[in-house]
Write a protein that binds this ligand. Structure first.
Ligand code: ADP
Ligand code: MG
Length: 323
């Protein structure tokens, strides 16, 4: 069984950033409004995610670490939307199978919490303890028992960059959640959790970008667009600051990117890219999150149409802006 979990771990868990993504998504699903992430050595040594969500009932924790067990199927009866949200009950089992994992959790209606330690997916220790409501998962020595995968990890600074980018995306997607992030003991990020996307942008990127933000808000037959774009005075030399959130999930999509860039085309020099923070709400029927195992890349049907809508809206927003 552990071998099967390790194999599936190859799909879910590629690197520290994918562990962070899965743990944060679980915290969000648990209704947390405060999520703290700490890593050391780029996550190669330690990854910790703590939340103030509802917690896991003491007698359900082991179950949560079995493959294909998800508590979420009961809450969402539509299998299609379940799959597009990635609820497959694989993440915890996979992560535990390739690390030394410690979970501390206290369920909201229980008086005490539970601490369980796993190594390579095997339970090593279980005890009861006084804990705050919520869940903390600490993952140490990722891939210690799968040397081939361990070899594929990049140096700490590179892994840390990907972790940081992931948290940035989640923080932008969920302005109502107070995120904090520490790398090797120093605080790198903190968002206020006040529900305001603009203030998240301010906290993450500072005054220079904040003061150039243009609000976008429109709806067409097939999608609703909201968020902010930066005026063409501030640009970057990479696409890393083009953030898209499709039905609230951070995502990468070529039609959106091309749409945005063609909307900006009059203003941008070659090799320069805009900063955008755009939420797209669209009927999930038109999306496919499963093209990429990490579910970051998504595909649209009617992609061309979507691209033109986005281009038009960006152009419009920039035209009205007096830079
Ligand atoms: P999935 O998220 O697809 O259900 P996971 O393996 O990620 O599968 O998690 C398994 C189960 O463990 C979840 O369905 C949930 O019931 C529980 N769980 C995991 N993380 C948390 C958390 N941070 N807070 C509360 N429950 C959690
Ligand atoms: Mg999950």
């Amino acid at each position: 069984r552990q071998v099967r979990n390790q194999i599936s771990a190859g799909e879910v868990v590629k690197r520290p950033a994918s562990v962070v993504k899965e743990l944060i998504e679980n915290s969000i699903d648990a209704g947390a409004d405060k999520i703290s992430v700490e890593i050391t050595e780029g996550g190669r040594e330690k990854i910790m995610v703590r939340d103030n969500g509802i917690g896991i009932p003491s007698d359900k924790i082991e179950e949560a670490f079995e493959r294909y067990t998800t508590s979420k199927i009961r809450e969402i009866d539509d299998i299609h939307s379940l799959e597009t949200l990635g609820f497959r009950g694989e993440a915890l089992a996979s992560i535990a199978s390739v690390s030394r994992l410690k979970i501390k959790s206290r369920y909201q209606s229980e008086k005490k919490g539970t601490i369980i330690k796993f190594a390579g997916g095997e339970k090593k220790e279980r005890k009861t303890a006084g804990l705050p409501v919520g869940t903390e998962i600490e993952v140490r020595d990722l891939f210690f028992n799968t040397p081939a995968r361990f070899k594929h990890l990049k140096k700490s600074a590179t892994e840390a960059k990907q972790v940081s980018r992931r948290i940035t995306a989640e923080a932008l997607a969920y302005p109502e959640i107070n995120f904090s992030y520490e790398n090797d003991g120093s605080e790198r990020m903190k968002t206020p959790g006040d529900g305001n996307l603009k203030s998240v942008i301010f906290h993450l990127f500072g005054e220079e970008i904040y003061s150039e933000l243009i609000k976008v808000n429109s709806s067409s037959k097939i999608l609703e667009l909201s968020g902010f774009i930066a005026g063409p005075k501030v640009t970057r030399s990479s696409r890393r600051y083009e953030f898209f959130f499709i039905n609230r999930r951070p995502a990468i999509n070529g039609n959106l990117r091309k749409g945005v860039e063609s909307g900006y085309s009059e203003y941008l020099n070659k090799g320069k890219y805009p900063l955008v923070f755009l939420n797209i709400s669209i009927n999930p029927i038109l999306t496919d999150f499963n093209v990429h195992p990490n579910k970051k890349k998504i595909k649209f049907s009617r992609g061309q149409e979507i691209r033109e809508i986005i281009a038009g809206e960006i152009e419009e927003a920039l035209k009205n802006y007096e830079g």
